[in-house]
Write a new protein. Sequence first.
Length: 467
Amino acid sequence: MMSEKTKGQLLSEKLTYTKKNAYEKNPDEKDEIFSYCEEYKKYLDSGKTARSASREAVKMAQANGFKEYNFGANVKVGDKYYYVNRDRSLFLFIIGSENIEKGIRIIASHIDSPAIDIRANPVYEAGGMAFFRTHYYGGIKKYQWTAIPLALHGIITDKSGKKIDVCIGENDDDPIFYINDLLPHLAQEQCAKSLREGVDGEMLNIVLGSIPYDDEAVNEKIKLNVLAILNEKYGITEEDFLSAELTIVPALKAKDVGLDRSLIASYGHDDRVCAYPSLTALFSLQSPEHTVMAVLADKEETGSNGATGMKGSALDDIITDISVSMGKNERLVRANSMCLSADVCAAYDPNFANAFEKNNSAIVGCGIGLAKYTGARGKSDTNDATGEYTAKIARIFNENNVVWQTCEMGKIDFGGGGTVAKFIAERNIDTIDAGVPVISMHAPYELVSKADVYNMHKASKAFFESK
Ligand code: MN
Ligand code: MN
């Protein structure tokens, strides 16, 4: 027989904040969590770059009755639109029945991930091999990208303006690409260096081949043979790399991890693990009260600059355009809008416990992390959400049985990071960071909990439907 709880136990339950595992909190959700994540894994594998993640999202939107938006359109209640910005970032929205001046519910995530970009003049020959030279994109630990299978993605725009899609390394019978590392037998000097210096940016060169072109009269025969293969396959010459956007990503598929299959390892959870749930939540809405919008941004990993990053004016332009079309005041629309900056947070890792303050870190499996502020060195560069707005979001999550937890990025003065939050907040829109905790963030193969992914979907839906 269960003994009655003591007065102290009851008081402790009432007064103490404890993080609770999502399976313990909602024991009936396991099947739903697991089946939801099967679809998420497919999205991960089909959208490894901003372009492909955006294109996949467009396909999903079209299948859900969304139409392409053009500036100047006459919008009306119930309309479902997507706006593609330069084949990289994406805005999807549904016009709600409520006056749009009551504000838009915006979820902003990003679909770019750390990767290794090919340089403008990349091909060279050395040591019996041909290589691409690269310039890495975003914050990576460079040594992690050596000696693993890699794939080549992107586009080449030739001089006539023709756009050629490139994807090599994803099909089972495709070749893959490779970055060399030094054998341990000769790595005494390398291993004595710091992790940062052991593999430097100029060493991240991509192996392309080793067969010489059959002509004694030519220098650099292996390079020429590689160029000949590229010319045959894509019709390009060396100069076309200048206008190419080619990216190296891990040639790894999303996989279940652990005996209980409760986790997913994948490239680029950051930040598709928030983008995908914002899409599924949006598509689940029939006729929302408030106007709702999912933003899939580009360039977050390099500071949100450029026309497709959140510093660009596309968000303002769309809000203004639809407000004007409905005869409404866009300044009022923005002032009354609410935004979830949906981006991943650092999960507490017991193997690196020293980097975290456990009470203020997100624990894997305990739901999505709600971060009032990010930043580093005395909260600099952060959007610090107001207490009032934070309380409102927590209330929305609680009322909808979303498993969530407080979080902050690691120990004070151990580093830090930013998100798109501040760029949206600068538009006079209440914004707070919320997202899925990630282990090994920015590694070629990152780890998340399936329960946390599913709770991001629940959180996104609750936010879109909030009053
Ligand atoms: Mn991110
Ligand atoms: Mn990131």
